[in-house]
Design a protein around this ligand. Structure first.
Ligand code: NAD
Ligand code: UGA
Length: 487
């Protein structure tokens, strides 16, 4: 399998910085997803002298990027619609003509998906690199002049050597330079993260050609990112830094979630504990919000990928250490649903349970690996009648997420779970409300009105620590919050 082939002996060399400038005028990006779309839109806005073409094999996704109605863009991100409005059709283009875009571009970003493998060796753990390999073969086939290929996707360390091998051995005598330029944006804040990154990381070869390629990409970012925030490293450090960053961030969430369970048993309050330790400048205050569990397309897949790499090198202790972060996350989702069943008198069969939120976090329409999916699946196993309201996620997406689990027939998912656009209707006659996503709008609801229309006792299970306990309890709700102990 491709991921295994990347694990090659590592050589390390020092760096030189003397290069001949290259003036990039035409870039393309393969993959018009959550990373490709916003990233290229920001490059287009900040570099009006560069033509940026984003290509994808998914025609409906490209059509959505080209939709005149900017509320229909395939990716919801605050501020993205304005950037698309200002750049699309000027120097930003979305197209399905992959070959043409590759041929014209001097620099090609690969931004395709790299999901966890669902088959064969490394199933459930290794990164599936078939889309990366397909892109590499296509670039090799189509290219007629020298190109810089930039890994934007998150990849196992040493992937660049496999890409290089494909490009060098299947191409038309064209010279390629491979750079690693991992993306650190978070969904929901993608535009802000791209405009004001903490740092930009570029890994490249130590040869003169490699350094020239690095400089070409540095020159693009320098149009808006201060030079001191642009780090250049060797390719392997860059690839591994991306997996490391996600593993460290996810580890913080699992660590505070582990503490949330102790808080519930002891009467401690996790938000107070988080605040107290977060003020220690060595620890810092971010990523200490206890929750129903982290979701999103990357944390779990990237940690499992790291675990697989560690195992491939025979580093079992390292592998087990990181795997525990994912195990803790699964436990957090499971105990949230177990608590709902237990609190509702040990049965939810036939009871209406309302889900407020389905996305893996606020301000995104992305639901990949959202905690809501697992919590719903657990409750459906107990024959609950679930009604879901999410301001940005479609009914179609919600059913697809459940069907993908293959726990029960699709008809049964549609029978047991309903989706509505009306949050008050979702809460009417409900036995319990579960907050799965921290959408701001939930804090603005008329909770007295909701209380009056619910079954009594009326329960709220706040998986995000979003609502105000005092206010809800004074209305009459029974309020459960992740990580809040009972004295
Ligand atoms: P995505 O699934 O939203 O988009 C990937 C796109 O690539 C899809 O539209 C797919 O049709 C297209 N594609 C696949 N193979 C193709 C091919 N051969 N030719 C043309 N198009 C092809 O994925 P994403 O969330 O944008 O993530 C992309 C990569 O970036 C992943 O490696 C991910 O780990 C990484 N990443 C994601 C985020 C994030 O917040 N989503 C942040 C940082 C890094
Ligand atoms: C994460 C990283 O933050 C990005 O830097 C990275 O580029 C990206 O993964 C990626 O590689 O895809 P993202 O998954 O979009 O970004 O969202 P995060 O804000 O990191 O949140 C991930 C999950 O952790 C969410 O479900 C969120 O609710 C949860 N979380 C986060 C908590 O439960 N508590 C926290 O304190 C922070």
């Amino acid at each position: 399998m491709l991921q295994d082939r990347f694990i090659l002996p590592l050589t390390h060399k020092g760096y030189t910085t003397k290069t001949h400038p290259m003036n990039i005028k035409n870039v393309c990006c393969i993959g018009a997803g959550y990373v490709g779309g916003p990233t290229m839109a920001v490059i287009a806005q900040k570099c009006p002298h560069i033509k940026v073409t984003v290509v994808d094999i998914n025609k409906s996704r490209i059509d959505a990027w080209n939709n005149n109605d900017l509320t229909q863009l395939p990716v919801f991100e605050p501020g993205l619609d304005d950037i698309i409005k200002n750049t699309r059709g000027k120097n930003l283009f979305f197209s399905t003509e992959v070959d043409k875009a590759i041929e014209e571009a001097e620099m090609i970003f690969i931004s395709v998906n790299t999901p966890t493998k669902t088959y064969g060796k490394g199933k459930g753990m290794a990164a599936d690199l078939k889309y990366i390999e397909l892109c590499s073969r296509q670039i090799a086939k189509v290219s007629k002049n020298n190109k810089i290929v930039v890994e934007k996707s998150t990849l196992p360390v040493r992937t660049a050597s496999a890409i290089k091998s494909i490009l060098d051995n299947t191409g038309n005598d064209v010279k390629f330079q491979i750079l690693s330029n991992p993306e650190f944006l978070a969904e929901g804040t993608a535009v802000k993260d791209l405009l004001y990154p903490d740092r930009v990381l570029i890994g490249g070869d130590n040869s003169m050609e490699g350094q020239t390629a690095i400089q070409a990409l540095v020159d693009i970012y320098s149009n808006w990112v201060p030079k001191e925030l642009i780090l250049t490293t060797n390719v392997w450090s860059s690839e591994l830094s991306k997996l490391t960053a996600n593993a460290f961030l996810a580890q913080r969430v699992s660590s505070i979630n582990a503490m949330s369970e102790i808080c519930e048993k002891t009467g401690a309050e996790v938000s107070e504990v988080a605040r107290a330790i977060g003020m220690d400048s060595r620890i810092g205050s971010k990523f200490l919000k206890a929750s129903v569990g982290f979701g999103g397309s990357c944390f779990q897949k990237d940690i499992l990928n790291l675990v697989y790499i560690a195992k491939s090198y025979g580093l079992d202790e390292v592998a087990n250490y990181w795997e525990q972060v994912v195990i803790m996350n699964e436990h957090q989702k499971q105990r949230f649903s177990d608590n709902i069943v237990q609190t509702l008198y040990n049965t939810v069969s036939g009871k209406k349970i309302t889900f407020l939120g389905w996305a893996f976090k606020k301000d995104t329409n992305d639901t990949r690996e959202s905690a809501a999916i697992k919590v719903a699946d657990n409750l459906l196993n107990e024959q609950a009648q679930i009604v879901v309201y999410d301001p940005k996620v479609s009914e179609k997406r919600i059913y697809e997420d459940l069907d993908d689990l293959k726990t029960r027939p699709a008809e049964e998912n549609r029978k047991l779970l309903k989706v509505t656009n009306d949050s008050y209707e979702a809460c009417k006659d409900s036995h319990g409300i579960a907050i799965l996503t921290e959408w701001e709008e939930f804090t603005t609801y008329n909770w007295e009105k909701i209380y009056k229309q619910m079954q009594k006792p009326a329960f709220i299970f706040d998986g995000r620590g979003l609502l105000n306990r005092k206010q809800l309890e004074s209305i009459g709700f029974m309020y459960y919050n992740i990580g809040s102990g009972t004295e």
